[in-house]
Ligand binder design. Structure first.
Ligand code: ATR
Length: 285
């Protein structure tokens, strides 16, 4: 019997994650002996969970909400974007050495470009300033955005992000509660929503009073539900809307390549996930 090589994801909550379906589909499709498991890891258990990667010989894991920043402190080495942002979404076990990287920024940029949107010289309003936001912000600044404004609930989170990224380009902070925040949204070419607000049906809009205009691009990194309250409103007001499914696939593609050395069948995986989500939402109706 072949012992499967284990991959996984650490998150809390994690039950909604499509990563296990996505990576297991790709491994099967390519005939690779990998098995990808979702681990619901409570925040106070993250240290032990990371140590278990070594103990159990797990090949690699993705890290998601709310662990991306803490995970960066627990690995042995940070490489690439993760070394600048202190946010990790991929841990790779290299013969017992745990290497943390982030594929979020590269995944987001590929997702945006695959929708025909080039952020160069554009004004971007980013909602949220957590680990995902830092990785996405770095990729946007490197792609030559004209102006990046970060709207965040806490001043502490917003200022921390500015401190990390200001050397890469023009970036400023506005508190989400300030009346200036929806004004920035109205004048932005691209709005990127990176908080978990919208995952629950009862959630409010992630930015109170936000209004959209025709032709504006709105990207919500949430993919479950398929259309958040924010995306529904943006679409109604004439914006071009995208959910986080494409970013999920592209960031997953980069992680998969790191762990297995093989190219990820991205288009096929995206088609598979879209079919799954459609069937799920039809089942509900
Ligand atoms: P990730 O690393 O996956 O991006 P995170 O680090 O937990 O997740 O970041 C979550 C982001 O969503 C932060 O910007 C957080 O705002 P604060 O800095 O004020 O904590 C934001 N966020 C989380 N829950 C929120 C809520 N209920 N309302 C508004 N913003 C929220």
């Amino acid at each position: 019997m072949t012992i499967p090589k284990v991959l996984g994801i650490f998150g809390h909550p994690v039950a909604h994650s499509l990563s296990p379906l996505m990576h297991n589909y790709a491994a099967k499709r390519l005939g690779l002996p990998f098995s990808y498991v979702a681990f619901d890891v409570e925040p106070d258990a993250l240290k032990r969970a990371v140590e278990s990667i070594r103990a159990l010989g797990i090949v690699g894991v993705n890290v998601t909400v709310p662990h991306k920043e803490r995970a960066a402190e627990l690995v042995d080495e940070l490489l690439g974007d993760a070394a600048f942002t202190g946010s990790v979404n991929t841990i790779t076990n290299k013969n017992g050495k745990l290497v943390g990287t982030s594929t979020d920024g590269a995944g987001f940029l590929r997702a945006l470009k695959s929708a025909g949107i080039n952020p160069a010289r554009k004004k971007v309003l980013m909602i949220g300033a957590g680990g995902s936001a830092c990785s996405i912000g770095l990729s946007l600044l490197r792609a030559g955005v004209g102006e990046l404004v970060v709207a965040n609930r806490s001043e502490e989170g917003g200022k921390k992000m500015i401190g990390l990224l200001s050397r890469f380009g023009e970036i400023s902070f506005v508190p989400s509660a300030s009346p200036k925040a929806p004004e920035h949204a109205a004048s932005a070419d691209i709005i990127v929503q990176t908080t978990p607000v919208g995952m629950k049906a009862s959630d409010p809009l992630p930015l109170a009073g936000i209004k959209f205009r025709k032709g504006q691009a709105v990207y919500d990194i949430i993919y479950a539900p398929e259309r958040t309250k924010l995306l529904k409103l943006a679409e109604k007001q004439g914006a071009i809307t995208m959910n986080g499914l494409s970013m999920l696939v592209y960031q997953g593609s980069e992680s998969f390549k790191t762990w297995t050395g093989k190219a990820f069948p991205g288009k096929e995986v995206l088609g598979y996930l879209k079919r799954l989500l459609r069937e799920k939402s039809n089942g509900k109706n």
